[in-house]
Design a protein around this ligand. Structure first.
Ligand SMILES: Cc1cc2nc3c(=O)[nH]c(=O)nc-3n(C[C@H](O)[C@H](O)[C@H](O)COP(=O)(O)O)c2cc1C
Length: 329
C-alpha cells in the first residue's frame, strides 16, 4: 500500500509533497531551489544576501531551471532594508513570499492585492498569532533546533501549540532531516516540513566545501545558538570564534551592527564565494539535525529519500484495524 503524503497546503502552494526547502540566505539559490521544486517540493530562494539586481538574476535563473512553483525569502525586520528587493519580487510576479525575523507588515496589503501567498517564520505562539492577525496565509513554527536565526522553544513543544493557536496552515521547521521527522511534523498537526540543514549537504547548495564537510562531520551537540555573527541569536557550528565571543558577551552589538562587524572581519562567507573560508572563524549556520547528515547527496535524491521513508513509516509502523483483529487470539 502506498500512502499519499498530500496535505491541503500542497494544493495551496501547487506542490506534490509537503516538503519545503528553507529559504537559507546565500545558500538556497537557483540550483538548489530548482532541484527541490523539480523533485516535487517547494524551493525557496534565500535572498537575504542578495541586492535587487542579484535577486532578479536568481529569479530568472530559477525560471530557466524549473517551471514549478518556488518562493522568495527575505529578512523583514527593517522594511527599508528590503524595499528594493520587494520591488523585484513584485516586478517578477513571484507568487509566494516568506518573511524571516518579522511580519512583513509594510508589504502585506500589496502582496494580497497581487494574490500572493505570504508565509511568516515564527518561534513563539504570539508571533504566529500576530502574523495571522496581520494577514499571513501560512506560518512556520520554527523550533530552536533549527540552523540560522532561531528562537528558544523546541520543535516538539512549539508546533502543536502554534497549531492550536491559529486557524491558518502551519509548517514545522527545526531538526527535521529525514522521513521520521516529516511524519513527526505531520503528527504534530503541521501540514509539512521546512528543511534547511539537510539540504546544505547537497552539491546544488551554494556552500563552501569546508562548511558542507563540517555539517557531515557534526554530531548532535556541535552547534551553538550565538549572537556573535549577526547580533540576533543564530544556531551555527561551534568553533573558536563562537567560543571567544561567549567570554565577551558585553561587547556584542545589536542586529544589524554586529553583522556589519562580522562582514568587516571577513567571517560571513559560508557560501564560498571568496577563498576566505576558515572553519574556526567563519559563520556556519546549521541546526542540531546536522548529526543526522552523513553524506553529501543531490537535493532531489534527499527529497525523494525523505518522502519514501515517511511513506514507509506510515505504511508499516502502524497496525491497521483489520490486521489488529486478525492478530487477536
Ligand atoms: C544557512 C542558513 C541560512 C538561513 N537563512 C535564513 C534566512 O535568510 N531567512 C529565513 O527565514 N530563515 C533562514 N534560515 C532558517 C531556515 O529558514 C529554517 O528555519 C531552518 O533551516 C530549519 O531548520 P533545520 O536547519 O534544522 O532544517 C537559515 C538557516 C540556515 C541553516
Amino acid at each position: 500500500m502506498t500512502t499519499s503524503l498530500r496535505t491541503p497546503i500542497c494544493d495551496m502552494l501547487g506542490i506534490e509533497y509537503p516538503v519545503v526547502l528553507a529559504g537559507m540566505g546565500g545558500v538556497s539559490l537557483s540550483s538548489l531551489v530548482a532541484a527541490v521544486s523539480n523533485a516535487g517540493g517547494l524551493g525557496i530562494i534565500g535572498a537575504a544576501t542578495l541586492d535587487a539586481e542579484g535577486l532578479r538574476a536568481e529569479i530568472r535563473r530559477t525560471r530557466e531551471l524549473t517551471d514549478k512553483p518556488f518562493a522568495v525569502d527575505l529578512l523583514a525586520p527593517i522594511p527599508d532594508m528590503i524595499r528594493p528587493q520587494m520591488q523585484v519580487v513584485f516586478e517578477q510576479d513571484v507568487r509566494i513570499f516568506v518573511a524571516g525575523l518579522a511580519v512583513p507588515a509594510a508589504f502585506i496589503d500589496e502582496m494580497h492585492a497581487r494574490r500572493m501567498k505570504v508565509v511568516v517564520m515564527c518561534g513563539r505562539v504570539r508571533h504566529a498569532q500576530k502574523s495571522e492577525a496581520a494577514g499571513a496565509d501560512v506560518v512556520v513554527a520554527q523550533g530552536t533546533e533549527a540552523g540560522g536565526h532561531t528562537g528558544e522553544i523546541g520543535t516538539l513543544a512549539l508546533v502543536p501549540q502554534i497549531v492550536d493557536a491559529v486557524k491558518i496552515p502551519v509548517l514545522a521547521a527545526g531538526g527535521i532531516a529525514d522521513g521520521r521527522g516529516l511524519v513527526a511534523a505531520l503528527a504534530l498537526g503541521a501540514q509539512g516540513a521546512v528543511i534547511g540543514t539537510r539540504f546544505i549537504a547537497s552539491p546544488e547548495a551554494q556552500a563552501a566545501g569546508g562548511y558542507r564537510e563540517a555539517i557531515v562531520r557534526a554530531h548532535e551537540d556541535d552547534t551553538v545558538r550565538t549572537r556573535c555573527y549577526t547580533g540576533k541569536p543564530a544556531r551555527a557550528i561551534r568553533n573558536a570564534r563562537t567560543d571567544e565571543w561567549e567570554k565577551k558577551l558585553d561587547k556584542l552589538q545589536p542586529f544589524p551592527a554586529q553583522a556589519a562587524l562580522s562582514a568587516r572581519e571577513g567571517v560571513m562567507d559560508y557560501m564560498g564565494v571568496t577563498p576566505h573560508f576558515d572553519g574556526e572563524r567563519t559563520f556556519m549556520p546549521a541546526g542540531q539535525s546536522a548529526g543526522l547528515v552523513h553524506a553529501v547527496k543531490p537535493a532531489g535524491e534527499i527529497l525523494r529519500d525523505i518522502v519514501r521513508e515517511a511513506e514507509q513509516i506510515i505504511d508499516t509502523r502502524f497496525v491497521r484495524p483489520a490486521e489488529a483483529r486478525s492478530r487477536m487470539p
